[in-house]
Design a binder for this molecule. Structure first.
Ligand code: SF4
Length: 250
């Protein structure tokens, strides 16, 4: 089976544990205002690449990956769920740690056929990096043009399956940085039993040049990048919210 691959990073260190091969797939139904990879949006973009080709590339570098594995990212990798499932199934046969970096946006619990696909995928997935874009449903839709409900439903599904999740959250000035939102996010995370890590990332505008090259207006032209220190403070607020809800105060 082949999938549309945007690019492959052979020594990724920020997308899951250890040193990893990170496979970025093409296609994304979200339009996050802060997206720095608009070149991954096109579902017909990328290069058709087979599972065997990816694993052959992995094998050449496997001595680097002893404490790592494979991460599939995007774009939105769930748009090619069949391909990711086959890649992970083959990886698991070789004892490779598998990690899915996703927004969860394509998840639907009311479609038995789709749920079956998700069951097959999660049976061969060791870890999920789940992006929660905004804790407020209305603001979520404004920020990334898609409803928040599937994301939360996906997290509930992963919890039920016992799949460990690392949460990712981008702090964007004027959009997600309000204390109220950060606390709400923390209180929600405090109710989940499968959250194993929290990665809070500062908004940056390094993707601007890609928008220019693609002839798309940059939506956050007047939003300043956030400092690492401010992101670290935001993380503390989220953690305080988690502690609050775990101690039963919310
Ligand atoms: S989900 Fe990721 S790739 Fe898709 S628009 Fe948002 S930031 Fe960009």
């Amino acid at each position: 089976m082949s999938g549309r691959v945007h690019s492959i990073e052979s020594c990724g260190t920020v997308d899951g544990p250890g040193i990893r091969m990170v496979v970025f797939l093409s296609g994304c139904p979200m339009r996050c205002l802060y997206c720095h990879n608009p070149d991954t949006w096109d579902p017909k973009g990328g290069t058709l690449t087979s599972v065997d080709e990816i694993l052959a590339q992995y094998d050449k570098m496997k001595h680097f990956y002893t404490k790592g594995g494979i991460t599939v990212s995007g774009g939105e990798p769930l748009m090619q769920i069949g391909f990711v499932t086959e890649l992970f199934a083959e990886a698991k046969k070789r004892g490779i740690h598998t990690c899915l970096d996703t927004s969860g946006i394509t998840f639907r619990s009311d479609s038995p056929a789709l749920l079956e696909q998700f069951d097959r995928l999660t049976a061969v997935t060791d870890l999920v990096l789940l992006d929660i874009k905004h804790i407020d449903p209305n603001e979520h839709e404004k920020l990334c043009s898609q409803p928040q409900q599937p994301v939360m439903a996906f997290e509930a599904y992963l919890e039920q399956k016992g799949i460990p999740v690392w949460i990712r959250h981008v702090v964007v000035p004027g959009i997600t940085d309000k204390e109220e939102y950060l606390l709400r996010l923390g209180r929600y995370l405090g109710t989940r039993s499968n959250i194993k890590a929290l990665d809070v990332l500062p908004y940056h505008d390094m993707g601007k040049v890609k928008y220019k090259n693609l002839g798309i207006p940059y939506p956050l032209e007047s939003t300043p990048p956030l400092s690492k220190e401010a992101a670290a403070k935001a993380r503390q607020v989220i953690l305080a919210g988690m502690r609050e809800s775990r101690s039963g105060r919310h």
